[in-house]
Design a protein around this ligand. Sequence first.
Ligand SMILES: NC(=O)c1ccc[n+]([C@@H]2O[C@H](COP(=O)([O-])OP(=O)(O)OC[C@H]3O[C@@H](n4cnc5c(N)ncnc54)[C@H](OP(=O)(O)O)[C@@H]3O)[C@@H](O)[C@H]2O)c1
Length: 336
Amino acid sequence: MKSNQKIILKEHPKGAIHCGHFAQIEAPYPRLEPNHVILRNHYLSMDSGFRQWMNEDAGDGYLPGMQLGDPVQSIVIGEVIESDNSAYPVSSIVLARTSWEQFSVLDGSDLCSILAVDPSLELYHYAATLGTTGLTAYFGLNDIGQPKAGDTLLVSTAAGAVGSVVCELGKAAGCRVIGMTSSEEKCQWLDTALNVDGRINYNASRPLTEQIAEACPDGVDIFFDNVGGSQLDAALANINSKARIVLCGAMSQYQSDGVEPVYNTWPLITQRARAEGFMFSDYQHQYAAALTEMGAMIKAGTLKSHVSLFKGIESTPQAFTDMMSGKNLGKCMVKL
Ligand SMILES: NC(=O)c1ccc[n+]([C@@H]2O[C@H](COP(=O)([O-])OP(=O)(O)OC[C@H]3O[C@@H](n4cnc5c(N)ncnc54)[C@H](OP(=O)(O)O)[C@@H]3O)[C@@H](O)[C@H]2O)c1
């Protein structure tokens, strides 16, 4: 009989996540409920932001905390294989927030949308640059960062999923792009894969503030912040007048016990700068235009959409823990 393999949360993580926090279970193949659809998931998107909703007593105005024994929440790309919902006919390709499982049952809520898949593009792009990752990069950079040719754009987690797309979009907009990451190997990759104009290893022995000043001699016009804490402090020490700080994520605190403080807010005042947070889901009505633009860039080769690909549901815990510890280059995803 057909089954449904799922990865559940076995233990709430404290500190760094590891594979032992998860377990694989075999559930029965789902039954189609009235007004629902069954999705065969093709790609699971590994998104670092979900880490914080794995903590005990997590949950906020955006998402509920994950419960022990429940399948781990995830953005997925899947295909409708059974439908009792006329809005989602069989064969539709759907982007949804479900979980780490082979088959999902949906009623059309929870970020569910049918994708207008371009047959000349491979499906994996829709779990990466043409999915929530690329949309996050696109709206954060364009709406809040407002890049102009000649601007200096500094990007944290530049070798990761969101960060690498921001670097590529920034280059295409004519910015001078400086990427920050955790090692010399990843700095090399920023050079060869993303063609950045400068790169910074934040684990090097020299103070980060000095390294940024050297890599950005004309100051920072846009800082795309995926990390917060001390990296944000060091970037703020180097901002120009009217700089834009795109508050996208807080990697420095997802696996720590408390919040990572930011001390250096004074330059925001003296430089008349603006720091603004956002969620990609704020822009749902503009997804189609953004995806058309980025799809054209992928076809033209100006957006490479780099991925770190894992295969099989059983590889999902490893994929997620590798991504959280920075082993990924570009978007980390699992192909089922
Ligand atoms: N606002 C939104 O709507 C939205 C949507 C999606 C994602 N995001 C945010 O975007 C950011 C990137 O997410 P992603 O899913 O694309 O992940 P990712 O960048 O592909 O992977 C996470 C990266 O974080 C870095 N990292 C890990 N631990 C760190 C630590 N303690 N301090 C600093 N950096 C650390 C590692 O890169 P290095 O080796 O380079 O340090 C790792 O590769 C996250 O902050 C996420 O919350 C925001």
